[in-house]
Write a protein that binds this ligand. Structure first.
Ligand SMILES: [Zn+2]
Length: 355
């Protein structure tokens, strides 16, 4: 393995060089690593990123399985395994990020400070130098649910990439500092959420999708719009400063909001105005905010309080509902879109650049 200042580079490992178990493979990587594989056509390149979050192993498992099988990709492939340190911290695959550090997928924006900022910056430089046709960034969700993909603008190329993994695509206008938001990489960057890390099917989604990603001669074949479920303009439901939150099967005293234990079962389901979503405490609905893509609080458009419970005001689809209180407090409780918001306004596809 070669080492630049941040990443190790491992060129064309053979199946015999790959440890037989995923934990041993991870330990062998030992830190941020780029695995380079030659393809049949090395004039082109594709990039797969994974483990930006240390507790989301499906992408790494897919890489491990592929390397053990020794399959040759169609074009040059760069596999970036990023936040290995967080994944290695005991218990294995339990830390989204290390204590005292930051969420790695919020750092892909200047000023790139500290060790983690340096990792983000180095990864972007490696991608820019490789001029890939596409970047996919594989994650697991923090709650359970089906797989989906996320991109930052409507463009048919995202549909083509998404369909390698699933028929669900979310187009978000929220800007949080995630890798997929970087707009000058010269190609689409798609986030793939394979489902919960404890769900066997998530590993399967990652493996099958990655296999398609590396073996398809052409990625951009213009999949039919009708084949996709598209969710536009998601709103983030967040807890206001100082709010107390918990998960239970009945309302808990002294809590501002008690969410049902299995709120994640609502992911990608339709919820109508007669469906109670949570129990509210004495502060009522004001303990929550629902931020749209401009950062405006639109809670009264989407939700309503009635009899101490939280209800949708209109028919909604929910996704990324977590059952992890730390993530609910530090990030958000869930995302919601209005059922009617399935519009598609693709940007022009006929310019020289990919956009
Ligand atoms: Zn993640």
């Amino acid at each position: 393995m070669l080492q630049d200042t941040v990443f190790r580079h491992w060129y064309n490992p053979t199946p015999e060089q790959i440890a037989s178990t995923v934990p041993a493979f991870l330990a062998e990587l030992g830190g941020p690593t780029i695995i380079h594989l030659n393809g049949r056509d090395n004039s082109r390149c594709r990039v797969m990123v994974t483990l930006l979050h240390g507790n989301e192993p499906s992408g790494l498992k897919a890489i491990h399985q592929l390397l053990r099988l020794g399959c040759q990709p169609e074009v040059t492939l760069l596999l970036a395994v990023v936040y290995v340190d967080a994944a290695l911290a005991e218990p294995l695959f339990s830390h989204r990020f290390l204590p005292g550090q930051q969420d790695m997928n919020r750092l892909f924006t200047p000023p790139f400070e500290g060790c983690q900022g340096a990792v983000a910056k180095a990864l972007l430089e490696i991608i820019r130098e490789a001029h890939p046709e596409a970047v996919i960034d594989i994650h697991n969700t923090s709650g359970e649910g089906p797989a989906f993909t996320v991109c930052v603008e409507p463009h048919t190329r995202y549909l083509d990439l998404a369909t390698l993994f699933t028929h669900r695509l979310i187009i978000t206008g929220h800007r949080l500092g995630a890798l997929m938001e970087v707009s000058d990489l010269g190609c689409p960057v798609l986030t793939v959420e394979c489902g919960g890390s404890m769900q066997v099917q998530s590993d399967e989604v990652a493996y099958q999708g990655l296999t398609r990603f590396i073996t398809r001669p052409q990625l951009y074949t213009s999949v039919a719009l009708e084949e996709m479920d598209i969710y536009h303009h998601p709103v983030r439901l967040e807890l206001n400063e100082g709010g107390q939150l918990c998960y239970d099967h009945e309302p808990r005293l002294n809590m501002d909001i008690t969410l049902p234990d299995h709120i994640d079962r609502r992911n990608f389901g339709v919820v109508r105005p007669d469906t109670a979503l949570a129990w509210l405490g004495p502060r009522g609905i004001r303990v929550l905010r629902a931020l749209d893509e401009r950062g405006e609080d639109v809670i009264d458009d989407l939700f309503v309080e009635e009899g101490g419970k939280l209800y949708p005001r209109t028919t909604l689809k929910l996704f990324m509902a977590t059952t992890n209180p730390d993530i609910a407090i530090s990030d958000c409780l869930l995302y919601a879109v209005k059922e009617t918001d399935h519009d598609w306004e693709a940007t022009a596809d006929d310019e020289a650049d990919w956009k």
